[in-house]
Design a protein around this ligand. Structure first.
Ligand code: NAD
Length: 261
């Protein structure tokens, strides 16, 4: 049964990762899903999240600071506090560098980076006022490792990783911890719609665990960082990537040989 006195807000909550995070956090909190439109939020609550207790939703465009301000005020009016914020709203149009338009660049930064900032700042004020809270930003391995066609996406996620440290530093005196989870590829709508079969094979060949993460594996890492027992972890990015960032050359051939020299 959920501890309904704890309130967790998840942006991008109707997306593949958002739904898994909501299901996981609803075990310990009242959960508010935040996503672009109400129909999408309702579909998540009545579809994959049916049976999870205490989940409500609200529409908000995180790239619009006014929309974020209204969303946060409305949640505080209804529930009185926000203990956990997970910034999972994101877009990932993959475009080769020389074809990336100013509009695509700006939209990617606006949703992934500005949106994270607007939500963390607005909720950070609420958490500072109530004496503490936990913010978990969803970054990506693309924020530290360059990848083809990811100039805008990777740069936005590099920004999220640095913003996480910046927020951790400035909000620590107010009892707020801020960390990030950096997934490698996860089997969600976002990845499956942007990764070609060849790309998927490349990932399998480069990742020591030779597969994509499940959304639940990422949600477990978010729940860990959002838990009151992890108060001294601050400003960190926890990568959930099957060893992707640790891997060097020879992964595919070593796997084919069964790791024998
Ligand atoms: P998804 O497309 O399934 O979900 C993203 C959600 O964000 C959608 O529900 C979408 O409606 C919402 N959203 C988009 N723009 C928004 C806006 N302006 N305001 C509010 N909501 C908005 O994607 P996902 O796989 O669940 O990704 C969630 C997060 O995880 C993203 O930040 C993504 O970059 C990150 N991530 C995903 C993967 C992966 O492989 N799936 C890997 C690393 C990081």
């Amino acid at each position: 049964m959920a501890d309904t006195s704890r309130v967790a807000v998840i942006t991008g909550g109707a997306g593949g990762l958002g739904i898994a995070i909501a299901a996981r956090l609803s075990r310990d909190a009242t959960v508010v899903l935040v996503d672009l439109d109400e129909a999408r939020v309702e579909a998540a609550i009545r579809g994959p999240l049916v049976g999870c207790d205490g989940i409500t939703g609200i529409a908000c465009d995180v790239s619009d600071s006014e929309s974020v301000g209204q969303m946060v005020s409305s949640i505080v009016d209804d529930l009185g506090r926000i203990d956990v914020l997970v910034n999972a709203a994101g877009i990932a149009g993959l475009t080769p560098l020389l074809e990336t338009t100013p509009e695509a660049w700006e939209r990617t930064l606006a949703v992934n980076l500005n949106g994270t900032f607007y939500c963390a700042q607005a909720v950070g004020r609420v958490m500072a006022g109530q004496g503490g809270g936990h913010i978990v930003n969803i970054a990506s391995t693309s924020g530290v490792r360059a990848g083809f066609a990811r100039a805008a996406y990777g740069t936005s996620k590099a920004g999220v990783i640095h913003l996480t440290r910046q927020l951790a530093l400035e909000l620590a005196p107010m009892g707020v911890s801020v960390n990030a989870v950096g997934p490698g590829p996860v089997a969600t709508e976002l990845a499956l719609s942007t990764h070609t079969p060849e790309m998927r094979e490349d990932y399998h060949a480069t990742i020591p665990q030779a597969r994509y993460a499940t959304p639940e594996e990422v949600a477990n890492a978010v729940a860990f960082l959002a838990s009151p027992t992890t108060g001294y972890i601050n400003g960190e990015t926890l990568f959930v990537d099957g060893g992707f960032l640790a891997s060097g050359v020879d992964v595919r051939s070593a796997q084919a040989r069964g790791n024998l020299i």
